[in-house]
Write a protein that binds this ligand. Structure first.
Ligand code: MSP
Length: 533
């Protein structure tokens, strides 16, 4: 059998200055849905997430809690790991930048950078935004604050106060990569997605690039520069490398080298729109400098916005505005799978998305309680009732009666896969909801309860119920990336438990896969209806 193609997907690694919130969970679930979809499509997936533990911001958070930075990071790691486990994140690896493998890889990178000729020593005199861990020049800051009296020391991105930094530093010659980056964007327009983000990246690069300060020597919470005592690695120079560290970069050992050859370059980096420049400008330039392959694409999602009930406007969810919603609140309301389904289908990945509890209830009730859950409970109920606890056997002639569900299911995997692979998760789910809604209508139209009263129409009844179960089986497969557990449960209830985890979606979803004649279990409602208020 041919080897499965590799699909390496990553999330940003999260700063450990505070517990994970809906926004960080959002990036992680986007990556998880894509990872699960790719596994179902027959890829050999490697899914990486982790924590970004160095830098001034984390050091300050630790100090505020009277801990050493390492103690603080260790205390936070379970918060991330436990939340990801609860949200059914299927990552294969969890990297922490304080691990030995990252230190070794970053130090290896320093040596390669030095050899490349794109590194030089100088001194930095400019602004630094600690919350964003970003350097800004006087010109950038002045331009951003033009016309804002008294606001001349605020971050151009997040508008929080900047720090003045004057220190000796190693510089990465980012300015030398302007032309090569512009060529990359021309030749690989798919490198940045969605495509409208590309314009922002291009115009940033076209405007000219400054060399980047990549070491700090006024504080010590970072990976030491191997050839210059007193210097630690700038946190982004360290963090970006995590993607390669995790697949064996720089390890002088055959197994690691084979892994690196197989996994690198990554197929997709998932990031928020706020960190696009790091991933689409600095990261490819770093890779060009050391002669490594570039990731195939960077997918940038938007921000979760909360509707301000007073103004009716959406505003970015953040701790400082006091409008952040904790994942727990949503899990308590919708359950984990309802949570995943809602965020992945109602927020368009790529765009900012307004979220609200009332909308959550609405989507949950419409799609999960009234459509998917309802279809399962009605169909399994009728099957158990009319066929003595079993599924009817596969009809010998699938076209004996009109079969609207088989028609919709025809080609559904192609339509769904085209959307899912482009991160259009809401549209992918709509393909499935179309089948589910049609199946609910089919119940109304074919009136199995009336057929059951007429022995002469027993075949027709078996035909209808079989089709409903088949629609459920196919829908369950297609919903796996969003709701793995309820999909597995739906398959189990129709005696198809062994199909869960299928890695050939087209084969799994071919109409007529259900043999029938096997037990059907009614079970509890999978998605109990929620009160609207
Ligand atoms: N540590 C860096 C990433 C390094 S990757 C080599 C970082 N960490 S972060 O914890 O601040 O943010 C991680 C991700 O969470 C970002 O991609 C960001 O967009 C996302 N979110 C944070 N708040 C968000 C919302 N309100 N909505 C959606 N996602 C947002 O940046």
């Amino acid at each position: 059998m041919a080897e499965k193609p590799s699909y390496f997907i990553t999330t940003p690694i999260y700063y450990v200055n505070a517990a994970p919130h809906l926004g960080t969970a959002y990036s992680t679930i986007v990556a998880d849905v894509q990872a699960r979809f790719r596994r179902a499509m027959g890829y050999d997936v490697r899914f990486l997430t982790g924590m970004d533990e160095h830098g001034q911001k984390v050091a300050e958070a630790a100090a505020a809690h009277d801990m050493t930075p390492q103690e603080w990071c260790d205390s936070q790691a379970p918060l991330f790991k436990d939340l990801w486990a609860e949200l059914e994140i299927s990552n294969d690896d969890f990297i922490r930048t304080t691990e030995g493998r990252q230190r070794a890889a970053v130090q290896y990178l320093w040596e390669r950078m030095r050899e490349s000729g794109y590194l030089y020593k100088g001194s930095y005199d400019g602004w630094y935004c600690v919350p964003d861990e970003t350097f800004f020049t006087d010109t950038q800051v002045a331009k951003a604050n033009e016309g804002h009296e008294g606001a001349d020391h605020l971050c151009p991105d997040c508008h929080r106060p900047l720090e003045r930094v004057q220190e000796e530093s190693w510089f990465f010659k980012l300015s030398a990569f302007q032309d090569r980056l512009l060529e990359l964007y021309e030749e690989h327009p798919e490198f940045v997605q969605p495509s409208f983000r590309m314009n922002e990246v291009k115009s940033f690069v076209a405007g000219g690039l400054n060399d980047l300060s990549v070491s700090r020597n006024t504080f010590d919470w970072g990976i030491p520069v191997p050839f210059d005592e007193g210097h630690v690695t700038y946190v982004w120079f360290d963090a970006l490398l995590n993607y390669m560290t995790a697949v064996g970069y720089g390890v002088d050992e055959p197994a690691a080298q084979a892994e690196f050859a197989r996994r690198w370059p990554a197929q997709a980096h998932i990031v928020g729109k706020d960190i696009i420049r790091f991933h689409c400008v600095i990261w490819p330039a770093m890779l060009m400098a050391i002669g490594e392959a570039l990731p195939e694409r960077v997918f940038a999602h938007g921000f979760l916005m909360v509707r301000n009930e007073e103004t009716g406007k959406g505003e970015k969810m953040s701790k400082s505005r006091g409008n952040a919603i904790a994942p727990r609140e949503v899990i308590d309301l919708l359950g984990v799978e309802g949570y995943r389904y809602y965020f992945m289908t109602d927020v368009v990945p790529g765009m900012d998305g307004a979220i609200s509890f009332s909308r959550m209830r609405q989507v949950y009730n419409a799609d999960l309680a009234n459509s998917w859950g309802n279809l399962i409970s009605r169909s399994l109920n009728m099957s158990a009732k009319y066929f003595d606890g079993l599924a009817p056997a596969r009809p010998s002639d699938a076209s004996a009666h009109p079969n609207p569900l088989a028609e919709i299911a025809d080609g559904i995997v192609d339509r769904y896969a085209a959307k899912m692979s482009a991160f259009a998760f809401g549209e992918g789910a709509s393909e499935v909801m179309e089948l589910i809604r049609a199946a609910n209508r089919y119940i109304e139209d074919s009136e199995p309860w009336a057929l059951a009263k007429d022995p002469a129409r027993a075949d027709e009844l078996a035909f209808v119920i079989y089709n409903l179960l088949e629609a459920i089986r196919i829908s369950a497969h297609l919903l796996v990336p969003f709701m793995p557990e309820t999909s597995a449960e739906a398959l189990r209830r129709i005696s198809c438990a062994d199909e869960a985890g299928a890695d050939d979606l087209a084969a799994a979803c071919a109409w007529g896969g259900l043999a029938g004649g096997t037990p059907v279990e009614k079970g509890e409602a999978l998605f109990p209806r929620l009160e609207e208020n």
